[in-house]
Design a protein around this ligand. Structure first.
Ligand code: PLP
Length: 342
């Protein structure tokens, strides 16, 4: 079975060995305040800086999910109100979670801008160019949900103060761990607000991570597997080239090879198309039929999400997927088009 689901998604096959290693070597039974465990946390953070080219002055912490990061931004980093310009289901959910914690009294006093870099629900993205414009026009804090793009494409990290991603998308790992990256300005904001009412208050997290520890017992298995995957992967500049080459190939495939089918790219404007999630639109019957036929052929396509649940399918373009698997899916779609009387 091969999967193109955009999260949880295909994990690197080597993760099976890394997980076995973690159990056999006793890593998962280490006390999380022991020197051995702290060395793993330290090395994982070092590798994140190195492999993802995260600036040395940006801090890194581990939490459980991107949803938790949405709450941390609201509780620990938003003084008055956050702004959420969004165009899809994840951006909408983030706004809803944030406004439950910090009800927006006056948006004109907004001090935190919340942007979903890659909207997994509809396959759009905010380019670094667009993010640079936000940075120029908005003087306060910028937080970026990069769940389905971090570790898949390069970022200009300095264009935002907070970046986060859970690892079940481009990192090619099982769910249950998220990476939270924050700038010195974000830390200063947290200090000004001084929020300390939660186990995951950013200040408390920061204090612990300064010692390579966590406030609570962390996902040691996940952190260990993340460290091993980071050792294995190419630097982000190389992954970026591969991701963008494959994305261009997918977009051409649908525009040309699939032109005589009921399937169309959901996003018309090439400038806003995601590099890591390809959304394909069609009549509901055809979407259901192609997903079922793909399943029969041993290939899982991603369901639609939110407003696009029934009228789209999605294809993950994540680094753990191989060129051979992509060729298999394209061959399937070509023969499906050929065999079906549309
Ligand atoms: C998957 C996803 C999330 C949710 O991640 P969790 O780890 O389930 O909290 C948030 N934002 C985006 C853009 C996503 O793709």
């Amino acid at each position: 079975m091969i999967t193109f689901y955009p999260g949880p998604s295909k994990v690197y096959p080597q993760v099976a060995d890394y997980a076995a290693e973690a159990v056999r070597s006793g890593v998962v039974s280490l006390n999380h305040r022991s020197a051995g465990f702290m060395a793993i946390v330290r090395e994982t953070i070092r590798l994140l800086h190195e492999k993802l080219a995260i600036p040395a002055h940006y801090h890194i912490a581990f939490v459980s999910s991107a949803t938790e990061c949405w709450e941390i931004v609201a509780q620990s980093l938003t003084a008055q109100a956050s702004l959420h310009p969004y165009n899809g289901a994840f951006g909408k959910k983030w706004a809803e979670y944030a406004y439950r914690i910090k009800p927006p009294t006056s948006l004109s006093e907004a001090d935190t801008l919340c942007i979903v870099q890659n909207e997994t629900s509809n396959g759009t993205q905010v380019s670094m160019h667009a993010l640079a414009e936000f940075r120029r026009d908005f003087s306060a804090l910028i937080a970026v949900d990069a769940v389905s793009s971090m570790a898949g494409i390069t970022f200009d990290w300095t264009l935002a103060d907070v970046w986060f991603a859970s690892v079940q998308k481009c990192f090619g790992l099982p769910a249950g761990l998220a990476v939270l990256v924050y700038s010195p300005a974000a830390l200063r904001r947290a200090e000004e607000i001084g929020e300390d009412a939660h186990y995951n208050s950013l200040l408390f997290m920061h204090e612990n991570f300064a010692k390579f520890q966590t406030p609570y017992t962390p996902n040691g298995l996940g952190i260990y597997c993340l460290m091993r995957v980071l050792e294995q992967v190419l630097p982000i500049a190389d992954i970026d080239v591969q991701t963008k080459r494959r994305a261009a190939n997918w977009y051409t495939f649908f525009e040309q090879d699939m032109a005589q089918s009921p399937f169309r790219l959901l996003i018309n404007d090439p400038a806003t198309r995601s590099h890591t999630v390809i959304a394909v639109e069609g009549p509901e019957v055809d979407i259901n039929a192609v997903k079922a036929a793909a399943q029969q052929a041993g290939i899982t396509l991603g369901n639609g999400y939110g407003d696009w649940k029934n009228t789209t399918f999605r294809i993950a373009n994540f680094p753990a997927i191989t060129d051979v698997e992509i060729e298999q899916l394209q061959a399937f779609l070509r023969s499906y088009k050929h065999d079906t009387q549309f």
